[in-house]
Design a protein around this ligand. Structure first.
Ligand code: GAP
Length: 447
């Protein structure tokens, strides 16, 4: 099924995943806000990444560095001189385009003639303190990576590490992109999840391969369809100014293949540049060689918002179903992996009823107190049970727990599975274990 992205955007707005930024003022181009369910989804994506890349490994530690850094950082890193895209402007409609992203040499909008390209630096500028001057001009970071490089020596000493080891960071980045679009695909403010993995020179090719595989596995473990993913090595003329080799992971979006992650071999480019500009040694002592060595860097870099978009697009399904009254109807569901589903489980009394409510509330309390569910459990008793199932399907809730009149006698509830719609009767005392098994992060994690 080819998904119309506007349909997904409409679901996201209706159900509270993603809203246009500043909507009551007419919106701001390509800026988006995450609503109650979007905030949960995004948080689950970041938590899952942090768990897999930092907490479950011995060789990666975390960092949370500042967005605004010393101006010298961007000078030394090459971003002031080289973090630019070629901009062309239409002589007729005045629209601006990235020259390397358009096919023809005329305006894609109106066919007008285009100006000569000029290089446009993507970093946002602002000023530190009350006076606007050249001296206090600073940039909003366009990648989180530089915060890691300038802290290399601090982390090395404080955490008593030696390469191979990595430093991970999740945080906002800002790029004054010439063109944006594809819903949340390309925006000017976005979030990144990055690792700078420091390795002894000579081991870089092997670690590069490992991190491409590991990154791909992160997506497939969270349920993304493998056939819609591919690894694409960069051509030499596409490489960033710091990169020796880069491979992107691309996902097949409704409009075509798009980059969702990149793994670059940055070699010793950044540490050497900062060592030279700051005068600080950014190396480690290699016991085998008996000398100080500047490590090479392998950088798996993920966009949080692109990961969220990938999971949403990949999970969207429309199925033929039958309504409670026996009529054919369309069932829309998000087949999100339980680890990232914004609502993990919903407790639904068969109807809003004085006899059912206390028991349904008791069941909710038992689930919450048991800590069997790591995330949001919703209670919903509005509208018919059929409509509530449809709503939970549409927001991707993996399981619903239904409390009916039999529950009052047999102390058992019905668990309904989102994907198969099968129902299973379970005694309340076994519910926490049952939920724990059904919502396990990975099949192999099930008890
Ligand atoms: N430190 C490496 C780096 O910045 P990049 O390929 O420019 O590499 C890494 O960015 C990831 O960040 C991309 O794969 C993408 O997922 C995300 N990203 C980059 N620009 C973005 C934008 N304008 N909007 C949303 N996500 C973006």
């Amino acid at each position: 099924m080819s998904l119309d992205i506007d349909k997904l955007a409409s679901l996201c707005k209706r159900r509270g995943f993603i809203f246009r930024s500043s909507e009551i003022y007419g919106g701001l181009a390509s800026a988006w806000d995450y609503g109650p369910l979007g905030a949960e989804l995004k948080r689950s994506v970041k938590d899952s990444w942090w768990r897999d890349m930092v907490l479950q490994r011995d060789d990666v530690v975390g960092l949370d560095s500042a967005v605004i850094m010393h101006p010298g950082v961007w000078q030394a890193s090459g971003h002031v001189d080289s973090f630019s895209d070629p901009l062309v402007e239409c002589a007729v409609c005045r629209r601006r385009w990235r020259e390397d992203k358009i096919e023809a040499d005329a305006c894609p909008e109106c066919g007008g003639g285009l100006s000569e390209p000029r290089m446009f630096n993507l970093m946002f500028e602002t000023h530190l303190g009350p006076v606007r001057s050249e001296q206090n001009t600073v940039h909003l970071r366009p990648e989180t990576a530089q915060g890691i490089f300038v802290n290399f020596a601090n982390v090395l000493t404080a955490s008593r590490r030696k390469p191979p080891f990595g430093i991970a960071q999740i945080g906002k980045a800002f790029r004054n992109e010439i063109t944006t679009g594809g819903f949340i695909f390309r925006t000017r403010e976005f979030e990144m999840m990055e690792i700078e993995f420091f390795v002894p020179p000579g081991e870089d090719d092997e670690w590069h391969r490992r991190w491409i595989d590991e990154s791909l596995r992160w997506y497939t473990r969270l349920g993304v369809d493998e056939s819609r993913l591919r690894v694409r090595p960069h051509e030499p003329d596409e490489l960033s100014h710091y990169s020796r080799a880069t491979s992107d992971i691309e996902y097949r979006f409704p409009w075509g293949w798009g980059e969702i992650q990149g793994t670059a071999n940055r070699a010793d480019y950044d540490l050497n540049a900062h060592a030279q500009a700051s005068g600080e040694a950014l190396s480690y002592f290699d016991d085998r060689l008996g000398q100080h060595v500047v490590p090479y860097v392998i950088e798996p870099s993920f966009g949080v918002d692109r990961a969220v978009l990938t999971f949403l697009v990949d999970a969207y399904r429309e199925e033929e179903a039958v309504s409670a009254k026996g009529k054919p109807e369309k069932r829309v569901l998000l087949k999100l992996h339980p680890t990232i589903a914004p609502v993990k489980a919903a407790v639904l009394p068969l109807s809003r009823n004085d006899r059912l409510t206390p028991t349904a509330r008791e069941v909710l309390g038992i689930i919450r107190q048991s800590r069997a569910v790591d995330g949001l459990v919703q209670y919903d008793d509005a509208q018919s049970i059929g409509r509530r199932y449809r709503r939970q399907d549409e927001i991707g809730t993996p399981v619903c727990v239904t409390v009916d009149f039999d529950t009052l006698d047999d102390r058992a509830v019905t668990i309904r599975d989102r994907d198969t719609m099968t129902q299973q009767r379970v005694p309340i005392h076994r519910l926490p274990d049952e939920l724990r098994a059904r919502l396990a992060p990975n099949p192999e994690d099930k008890a």
